[in-house]
Write a protein that binds this ligand. Sequence first.
Ligand SMILES: NC(=O)C1=CN([C@@H]2O[C@H](COP(=O)(O)OP(=O)(O)OC[C@H]3O[C@@H](n4cnc5c(N)ncnc54)[C@H](OP(=O)(O)O)[C@@H]3O)[C@@H](O)[C@H]2O)C=CC1
Ligand SMILES: O=C(O)[C@@H]1CCC=N1
Length: 276
Amino acid sequence: MKKTPLAFIGAGNMARSLIGGLIADGWDPASISVSDPDPDQLAAVGRLFGTRSAKDNTSAVEQSELVVLAVKPQVMHDVACELAATVQARHPLVISIAAGICSNDLERWLGGNCALVRCMPNTPALVQSGATALFANSAASDDQKALAESILRAVGLTLWIEDESLLDAVTALSGSGPAYFFLVIEALQEAGQSLGLDDKTARLLAVQTAFGAAKMALESRDDAATLRQKVTSPGGTTEKALAVLEEGGLRTLFNDALKAARDRSRELAKQFGEKS
Ligand SMILES: NC(=O)C1=CN([C@@H]2O[C@H](COP(=O)(O)OP(=O)(O)OC[C@H]3O[C@@H](n4cnc5c(N)ncnc54)[C@H](OP(=O)(O)O)[C@@H]3O)[C@@H](O)[C@H]2O)C=CC1
Ligand SMILES: O=C(O)[C@@H]1CCC=N1
């Protein structure tokens, strides 16, 4: 069992996905301290995973070598400033998962000279199928980078990026991405129902088809375009459906959607990152 003392600040959706994935990978729940201002939220996470509930953010960090900041960008300034004295006294590795908030702003709020890894995971971490891009600041040692990577690798794929500004694009693609696929599953299910399938049948067929397509894309030597062509018999049914999607501008829509998410990530950095 892995027992590195670990703190999660914030017990919301993404923290739960990461905690669930870590425990499924063999982390000792008793080595994970969680803090959140909502006692009900905190108790629910404790019941679900067997983690320790800290009485406040500072006491969670006081017990930990590694701190995951899992709060919304809007509250990150206040949370980091509150933790600065403890972080400066103990020098844990700090991992932020917040969209938009830049490492230099976070480091300043934490009192400066602080080993920091900023990353963008996604909720499939809960089922150990997450995708996370990581960026380390210059104060993070190789051992600390390896520690951060080991945490995120326990819940899925990891990759490092050298250019922090690309995390805005990562957020748009894989951070928000599960929601796009869930929307597609919803839409396929509804369309199947409108063609006469019952809701359970439509749901199962939509979900299993998404799973099968993703598994093939991951495991095959063929790229997605080739796999798509192999489904598309000349003069057949798929060709007709794909023509409707292309004519409807699906590629442009995704391009515009990702740009909107990328721009929102940049705005969050400006809106909430400029505080001193
Ligand atoms: N959801 C996702 O798919 C992903 C989210 N992220 C990032 O993860 C972070 C969290 O997102 P998400 O989990 O969705 O958000 P949630 O709102 O679900 O979780 C945030 C949690 O932090 C709590 N909180 C608020 N103020 C404080 C505080 N002062 N100290 C400690 N905890 C506090 C909130 O409590 P309360 O609800 O009472 O305010 C809430 O439980 C965000 O920065 C987001 O950008 C990154 C990748 C993917
Ligand atoms: O929607 C959001 O802002 C967060 C970041 C990526 C996924 N959820």
